[in-house]
Design a protein around this ligand. Structure first.
Ligand code: ADP
Ligand code: MG
Length: 243
C-alpha cells in the first residue's frame, strides 16, 4: 500500500533523511520509533508531500510520484489518499466539531452538505463524540480534540493514515482515551503509520516496528523481535524503557 524508495530530504545543507526505504502492506500497522530529531516527522510529511522529498519515490495504493519529476496534480492526488493526525490537532477554531469533520468532505470530496453531514455524524459516533457535534474546539478536552482530529482524517476514507505523535500534547490522564480510539481504528483494518513515544502502545498495536536514528532506519522487525531481541545497541538502549 505504501512504498518508499530511497527518500532523501535536505533542509538547506542539513541532510535529514538519508535514503529511506519502507514498504507497508494493506491493513498493516507500522510504528516508527526513534529519538527526537531523527527525522520521524519529516518522513511522515514527505509521504504526503507536506514536505517535498529532495529525492526518491513515494507510492501509495499504486499512485507513484517521483520527487524530482512530481507534478502538482499527482501530488494532490497522492495527498488525498492519505489522512494525517497531528500532535497539535490542527482543528479550525471557528468551526464546530461537526464542521471540522465535514469540511474535507464538502471541499475535497465534493459531497453535498446533507451527505457530508450524515457521514461525519457516523464517524464522530465511532470516536465517541456524537454528543459534541455543536461544540467548538476550545470547549473540548485535549483528548476530545484529538479524537476530532482522528475523525477528520477518517472521514476522507484515505488509503493510509499517518499519525505524528498523536498523544504527545495531551495531559497524561487523557492519553488512554486517544490510544483506545487509535486501537479501534487499527482493528477496523486501516493501513497505519504511527510515530509515537508510547512504547508499550507501539509494542501492542503494531504489526511491525521501525527504529530510526539520524535520518536512517537502522533496524526493523516485529514488536517481538525488536523489543525482546534488538540487534543494534542503540535500539536496545532506546527500547529498554519499555521493559
Ligand atoms: P523528529 O520528528 O524525529 O523529532 P524531525 O523530522 O522533526 O525529527 O526533524 C529532523 C531534523 O530536521 C531536525 O534537526 C530538525 O531541526 C530538522 N527540521 C525539521 N523540519 C525542518 C524545517 N521545516 N526546516 C528546517 N529544518 C527542519
Ligand atoms: Mg517529530
Amino acid at each position: 500500500m505504501i512504498k518508499l524508495e530511497n527518500i532523501h530530504k535536505y533542509f538547506d545543507s542539513q541532510h535529514v533523511l538519508k535514503g529511506i526505504d519502507l514498504n507497508v502492506k494493506k491493513g498493516e500497522v507500522v510504528s516508527i520509533l526513534g529519538p527526537s530529531g531523527s527525522g520521524k516527522s519529516t518522513l511522515l510529511r514527505c509521504i504526503n508531500f507536506l514536505e517535498e522529498p529532495t529525492r526518491g519515490t513515494v507510492e501509495i495504493g499504486g499512485k507513484r510520484v517521483d520527487a524530482e519529476s512530481a507534478k502538482k496534480a499527482d501530488i494532490v492526488s497522492l495527498r488525498n489518499s492519505t489522512g494525517m493526525v497531528f500532535q497539535q490537532y490542527n482543528l479550525f477554531k471557528n468551526f464546530t466539531v461537526l464542521q471540522n469533520v465535514m469540511i474535507g468532505l464538502t471541499s475535497v470530496k465534493k459531497l453535498h452538505k446533507e451527505e457530508a453531514e450524515k457521514r461525519s455524524m457516523e464517524i464522530l459516533e465511532r470516536v465517541g463524540l456524537a454528543n459534541r457535534l455543536d461544540h467548538y474546539p476550545a470547549q473540548l478536552s485535549g483528548g476530545q480534540q484529538q479524537r476530532v482530529g482522528i475523525a477528520r482524517a477518517l472521514a476522507l476514507d484515505p488509503e493510509v493514515l499517518l499519525f505524528d505523535e498523536p498523544t504527545s500534547s495531551l495531559d497524561p490522564e487523557l492519553v488512554d482515551e486517544v490510544l483506545a480510539t487509535i486501537r479501534k481504528v487499527a482493528d477496523e483494518g486501516n493501513t497505519m503509520l504511527i510515530v509515537t513515544h508510547e512504547l508499550h502502545f507501539a509494542r501492542d498495536i503494531s504489526d511491525r516496528v521501525v527504529f530510526m536514528e539520524d535520518g536512517q532506519i537502522i533496524e526493523e522487525g516485529t514488536p517481538e523481535q525488536l523489543f525482546k531481541d534488538p540487534k543494534m545497541e542503540r535500539t536496545k538502549q532506546f527500547l529498554s524503557r519499555a521493559n
